[in-house]
Design a protein around this ligand. Structure first.
Ligand code: ATP
Ligand code: MG
Length: 597
């Protein structure tokens, strides 16, 4: 994809904006916004939208607002409001003094409603939610006019005034736009603008008992803020005619809406509703569980801002939906961590090794490279002594073919230090489990060399037992066992909802979210992986890691990238495995390049 030196690729969205800038449509201004509903934590899909909106503003020397679309008091919480700001900042973006709330516009939106009533373009309808649904028609059949559709302007004004004043019970009446019950677009069949709802709002408290629907608030909020380009995901394509209708009939500033395909990732669900279910049902330990695709989850897992931004840049934007292989995200992360993560040695499943010909009272230190990718990272000292730990996996009593690690009689190099040979295996008498290896070392092999030039094929990592730090290490794997959990592509569901579902109904289901999951989607939770978390509690780390604090990232040689978890304390370090070293994406790319699939 061509780049224009700003880090943002040119694409169909920038082409539209280029044309608007050229024609002077908005006085050459470019003003975007990121408009989350504060009803959950942000996920990687939102990161794509954030990078896109803030990225485009930066690219054109424009502005980008952060605006909460907080029109649904029953699902919104202060905790979400706070987390969203933390996440956007962590991604490296700055809304400066432009932090807004749709709820700040409730008065203005109410005025807009009165305006449409006075123009004969909105009416109070006494049908129940069920009746409205039933008379809405289908994709092939037109809807039926409400018996209240032809109320006089005066009656509508009075009734809406009384709705607002709290004279009617919840759900008893709604305000609807008077558009066209036989429109081919279901969103245009007299959609609901206001509903009666006695719910306390996180910002306006109990001031209101009528709340605008998402569809009535979203476009007008963009307009009020002078947004030039309202970039949103595809499920809003069918809502665009409605947003246009509101803006045109109100005669106010009209941003241009551009839709792009939402990000879907394999082995992942990206929907706040589903993520909330995982949290509420206890499948994960909160929104920031390192297995969650939330921004707070991947941050705790050890992901870097740079990796996520590179990922978003790499996938670009498209007009039609597709699913991105999670291996690409992991690839971006490895590339970044490989450049900057310092290396250490850690043994996750320790096996004790006694070096019989190494004096008991002796200790020495070896110089280890902090980062072979970065000469300026320098070296550190690693202590060595008679008793060490090595990885259980690095020893086989009966080695399979091509196993070049430790086996009886075979010599391996201990990284940065000596070559050792296994001369004995100690087993637990009862269980037969190997509890210790007896080895000898060759003092002539200090450093990287062998004096006689003999070949030692394997190099393994180790930690000196007397110097080792104890730690807990949490190994994470994909949260789901299948690339498409529940076998339904994310987004497919919400697109259905946008066409025929209950979007914008009086119960306040936001656009693009189905209240009734499709039958095919009901069992996505049965694809949750039982192996997504493995906790190892007897890990041994080299002493240089003492004092590492939460957020610290490093590579454990031969094992992967890890970071210190927030559960860590000075007494007991807790590490998360961020990602393994094996790069499946590099493999995929290689096969693709060589023409294979
Ligand atoms: P979800 O479907 O996960 O509940 P949402 O669309 O309801 O998400 P919002 O808070 O409304 O969440 O989203 C804020 C912005 O982020 C919107 O402009 C939306 O289009 C965009 N967005 C949400 N999910 C994705 C995604 N998977 N990929 C790209 N953009 C997304
Ligand atoms: Mg939404």
């Amino acid at each position: 994809m061509p780049k224009n030196g700003t880090g943002v690729s040119s694409n169909f969205i920038t082409e539209i904006i280029d044309a608007d800038v050229e024609s002077g449509k908005y006085g050459r201004r470019v003003h975007t916004r990121f408009p989350p509903e504060p009803n959950g934590y942000l996920h990687i899909g939102h990161a794509k939208s954030i990078c896109l909106n803030f990225g485009i503003a930066a690219q054109y020397g424009g502005l980008c607002n952060l605006r909460y679309d907080d029109t649904n008091p029953t699902k919104e919480e202060e905790e979400y409001v706070r987390s969203i700001q933390v996440d956007v900042k962590w991604l490296g973006f700055d809304w400066q003094d432009r932090l807004f709330y749709a709820s700040d516009y409730f008065d203005k939106l109410c005025e807009f409603a009165f305006h449409l009533i006075r123009a004969g373009k909105a009416y109070v309808c006494d049908l129940s939610a069920d009746q409205i649904r039933q008379t809405r028609g289908t994709l092939t059949e037109p809807g039926k006019d409400s018996p209240y559709r032809n109320r006089s302007v005066d009656e509508n004004l009075e009734l809406f005034e009384r709705m607002k004043a709290g004279e009617f019970p919840d759900g008893s009446r709604v305000l609807r736009a008077k558009i066209d019950m036989s429109s081919g677009n279901l969103n245009m069949r007299d959609p609901i603008m206001y509903r009666i709802l006695r719910a306390s709002h996180h910002r306006t408290g109990n001031k209101w008992c009528v709340y605008p629907t998402y569809d009535f608030a979203h476009g007008q909020s963009d307009s009020i803020e002078g947004i030039t380009h309202s970039i949103c995901t595809l499920e809003f394509e069918d809502h665009r005619p409605l947003y246009d209708w509101y803006l045109d009939n109100l005669g106010i500033h009209h941003p241009r809406q551009i839709e792009f395909a939402r990000l879907n990732l394999t082995y992942t669900v990206l929907s706040k509703r589903r993520l909330l279910q995982l949290v509420e049902d206890g499948h994960v330990n909160g929104w920031d569980d390192p297995r969650m695709p939330t921004i707070s989850g991947v941050r705790r897992r050890g992901y870097t801002t740079e990796a996520i931004r590179t990922f978003c840049e790499t996938i670009g934007v498209a007009k039609r939906g597709s699913v991105v292989d999670i291996a690409l995200l992991e690839h971006c992360l490895r590339e970044d961590l490989n450049r900057r993560a310092p290396r250490y040695m850690a043994v996750l499943r320790p096996l004790r090794v006694v070096i019989e010909n190494y004096p008991e009272d002796r200790e020495e230190e070896f110089d280890a490279l902090n980062n072979p990718e970065d000469a300026s990272a320098g070296t550190r000292k690693v202590p060595f002594s008679r008793v060490l730990y090595v990885e259980r996996d690095d020893f086989r009593e009966v080695p399979p073919p091509k196993f070049h690690r430790l086996t009886p009689g075979n010599e391996v190099r201990l990284r940065y230090s000596y070559c050792i040979k296994c001369v004995g295996v100690v087993k637990d008498e009862k269980t037969g489990e190997i509890v210790e290896l007896r080895c000898t070392f060759d003092p002539e092999t200090r450093g990287e060399r062998t004096p006689d030039g003999r070949k030692v094929r394997g190099t393994i990592h180790w930690v000196s037992a007397t110097h080792a730090l104890d730690a807990e290490v949490r190994l994470y794997d994909h949260l789901f066992t299948k690339p498409f959990p529940g076998d339904v592509e994310e987004g497919a569901e919400s697109e259905t909802a946008a066409v025929g579902g209950p979007a914008g109904t009086p119960d306040g289901v936001p656009a693009g979210e189905s209240a009734v999951p499709s039958a095919r989607a009901t069992d996505w939770k049965s694809d949750l992986s039982p192996a997504s978390l493995e906790t190892l509690t007897t890990c041994k780390l080299e002493p240089a890691l003492a004092g590492a604090t939460p957020g610290f990232r490093c590579q454990f040689e031969r094992l992967g990238y890890f970071c210190v978890d927030a559960d860590s304390s000075a007494e007991r370090l807790v590490f998360n495995r961020t990602v393994t070293l094996r790069d499946t994406w590099a493999k995929i790319e290689k096969t693709q390049k060589s023409g294979g699939e």
